[in-house]
Design a protein around this ligand. Structure first.
Ligand code: BTN
Length: 323
């Protein structure tokens, strides 16, 4: 008889080790079948330790993604508007899943996964997605007035994400333009916004958000990163509650964005802005330019002063000088 990896993971505990033969007896399969699934789970990044002579235990308690628990964390008015999130064990990318189904998907569709095999970051980078450890979240939002009205959308998503993290006790976080969530100078979460539909008419945005809740020590993330667990003294916030708060904050922000555009969020962004007043290097399409960051304009473009010249960037790679 075959067994699902999720079933094996659910049978493990962070409190006590459980031996391969106990697991096999509980799950009604052979020890070899258990071992095969444990190895497969580990390969996906699951936090399973082998305790010599005792069996397997989890490094920390696993909290599976759960639609009921997510809805419990949402504001009541929003629960009526949203359907159940589409929760997957593994997808290539939660954002790709929504983009592929965009033609038929309802407004505010949500896709979540325990792990992604091809998670995507900004600028063509990979987004490393170990199993069960973090949040991999995408939301599809429909807009009626064309893509031109969407400038600053990714900054608005960043503001909502900072609010949701703060709601869940992850404080001292801010935004590095356009939408990297940093704490202690390191990356805690990232946002990738992808657009589809008509340039001048009905269109949609898929807002993909990855949050590091518990980064495995050996995760190859390729940039200085931090997780919520270490910011909260080892106790990461509940994943399901954080997702419920994120949905609430995001949908409220998107409703406002449709009416006010980014201009209505300029002050909120300024409160989270980690670059303002700092010496930065702007890597733009025409080369590198040093200057002082001066916040964002009403469309969400970055303002940088280079000596006597004030420049505005819609898209660029920014690094803080001397950091
Ligand atoms: C960044 O580079 O900072 C953006 C990272 C966005 C990652 C998230 S994880 C959920 C969604 N699915 C993806 O493939 N990417 C986004």
């Amino acid at each position: 008889m075959s067994i699902q990896p999720a079933t094996v993971l659910a049978a493990l505990s962070a409190d006590a080790a459980v031996s391969g033969s106990e697991l096999a007896a509980t799950l009604g399969v052979t020890r070899a079948a258990v071992w095969k699934q444990i190895e497969a789970l580990r390969a996906l990044g699951a936090p399973i330790e082998a305790a010599a002579g005792k069996g397997y235990r989890l490094t920390w308690a696993f909290e599976p993604l759960d639609a009921t628990a997510i809805r419990a964390g949402m504001d009541p008015a929003l629960r009526k508007r949203l359907g159940d999130p589409d929760i997957r064990w593994q997808v290539d990318s939660t954002s790709s899943t929504l983009l592929q189904n965009a033609a038929s998907a309802r407004d505010l569709s949500v896709c979540l996964a325990e792990t992604q095999s091809a998670g995507r970051g900004r600028r063509g980078r990979d987004w490393v997605s170990p199993l069960g450890a973090n949040v991999y979240f995408s939301l599809l939002k429909r807009f009626g007035a064309g893509m031109g009205a969407l400038s600053g959308l990714s900054l608005v998503a960043g503001v909502a994400l900072v609010q949701a993290l703060t709601d869940c006790g992850v404080s001292e976080v801010g935004l590095k333009w356009p939408n990297d969530v940093l704490a202690d100078g390191r990356k805690l979460a990232g946002i990738l916004v992808e657009l589809g539909g008509e340039f001048l008419g009905p269109c949609h945005a898929v807002i993909g958000i990855g949050i590091n809740l518990r980064l495995p020590r050996n995760a190859k993330v390729g940039q200085p990163s931090i997780d919520a667990a270490s910011l909260c003294g080892g106790a990461a916030p509940s994943r399901n509650r954080l997702i419920g708060r994120l949905l609430t904050r995001l949908v409220v922000a998107l409703d406002r964005f449709e009416h006010e555009g980014f201009a209505g969020f300029r002050e909120e962004f300024a409160r989270c802005d980690l670059l303002a007043g700092h010496a930065v290097r702007v890597q733009a399409s025409d080369g590198a330019h040093d200057g002082i960051a001066e916040g964002v304009d009403a469309r969400g473009a970055l303002r940088v002063r280079h000596g006597g010249i004030a420049a505005v960037y819609d898209s660029a790679e920014i690094s803080v000088r001397g950091a």
